[in-house]
Design a protein around this ligand. Sequence first.
Ligand code: MG
Length: 172
Amino acid sequence: MILYPKAYFQSVKEITISFLKENKIKALILDVDNTILDFDKNIPEGVKEWCEDLKKQGIKMCILSNTNQKEKVKMVAEKLELPYFYFATKPLKRGFKKAIKELNEKKENIAAVGDQIFTDVIGANHAKLYSILVKPIGQKDIFITRIKRPLENYVIRKYEKKIKKQTEEKRK
Ligand SMILES: [Mg+2]
């Protein structure tokens, strides 16, 4: 299902090295807004440490953001010491292709992480990457994102039901 992520976490900080190793993921493509940066342009506590820790363990990372605000993306990328691409046009493949080239890993070993189904998840699935959805950091969204949220929440609820059902069936 193109709308469903492969994994869903409350925050990027929950993505552990053991989870990545289990799923053979060697590299991450990170979204910016509401994934590693809040509405007030702050990186939440612990995110830099999370990033540094994974990098030390050999996980490659880069930033791929749809925003056209270069300075904002650059600021985050410099703080986290990561390569970056902005104005990415997710869910289109164009931006993902640049990120894959930068990371220099096979698609099946790359996960794309983001807070939006209609850009991050669909884009990752379409590009044949491992898709990871995270809960958006802030409650405040730009107007266009706000319109999409109710529909997104509907998809997430359906997805959670499906996971629950699968888990129950496995127990049988
Ligand atoms: Mg986002």
